[in-house]
Design a protein around this ligand. Structure first.
Ligand code: DGI
Ligand code: FE
Ligand code: FE
Length: 195
């Protein structure tokens, strides 16, 4: 059995980022929340996929701009991606970096990691679960998180919609550009806010 927790920890330590430990604890908590919601909501997802997507969703968080550029070149990605908000890079390039470094090629896992920050329209259940668990894991403290957490245990789509509504408001408040995928996600999921 490959110890992904150890692999993640070693990658974070090597990055030298002072926030590595907090990020590591967050990754474990997202994984735990995703596994719990999979059980409680009877989503029926493969536990191994939930585990891997949860533990690795922020794998590329501390990688450098230089490295992201190399990934864009190697995988023939659009260089326009490098113009996105840098907070999105770990999600945009994470799947390629995980494939590159760990050899994980499962499309369901990689796309859940790709969309964990922005969401996208019409997500798979695994994509929804990781997007949501990232937001409602136990270390996220505050009223907005608590509200979405409560909804998460009864209605996954409504919880995703509610997270997106908070995210879009937050981005507007701080005058950040809303990425196309976030807009597509909100446009699609907002219908679930009503019921
Ligand atoms: O990596 P985490 O901190 O666990 O969480 P995350 O992957 O959801 O990243 C959160 C950051 O990404 C947060 O600061 C908001 C930002 N973000 C998400 N969607 C968008 C965005 N930033 C911009 N500019 N536009 C977006 O659409
Ligand atoms: Fe993230
Ligand atoms: Fe995260």
């Amino acid at each position: 059995m490959i110890d992904y927790e150890k692999i993640l920890k070693e990658k974070y330590v090597k990055s030298g980022n002072p926030n590595w430990e907090e990020r590591y604890i967050h990754s474990l908590a997202v994984c735990k929340m995703a596994l719990l919601l999979n059980e409680k909501l009877c989503l029926g997802l493969d536990k191994n996929k939930v585990y891997l997507a949860g533990i690795l969703h922020d794998y590329a968080k501390f990688d450098t701009y230089d490295y992201y550029q190399k990934i864009v070149a190697k995988y023939n990605l659009s260089s326009d991606l490098l113009n996105a908000d840098k907070k999105l890079f770990h999600a945009l390039f994470g799947p390629y970096i995980i494939y590159e470094e760990l050899g994980i090629s499962d499309k369901e896992i990689l796309s859940a990691i790709r969309y964990h920050t922005t969401g996208i329209d019409n997500m798979t259940t695994l994509e929804e679960l990781i997007f949501l668990s990232d937001y409602v894991e136990e270390n996220r403290i505050g009223e907005e998180f608590a509200q979405v957490r409560e909804i998460a245990f009864t209605d996954i789509k409504k919880a995703v919609a509610s997270e997106l509504s908070n995210l879009v408001s937050h981005l507007k408040n701080i005058n950040k550009e809303i990425y196309i995928d976030t807009l597509k996600a909100y446009d699609f999921y907002k219908k679930y806010l009503e019921n």
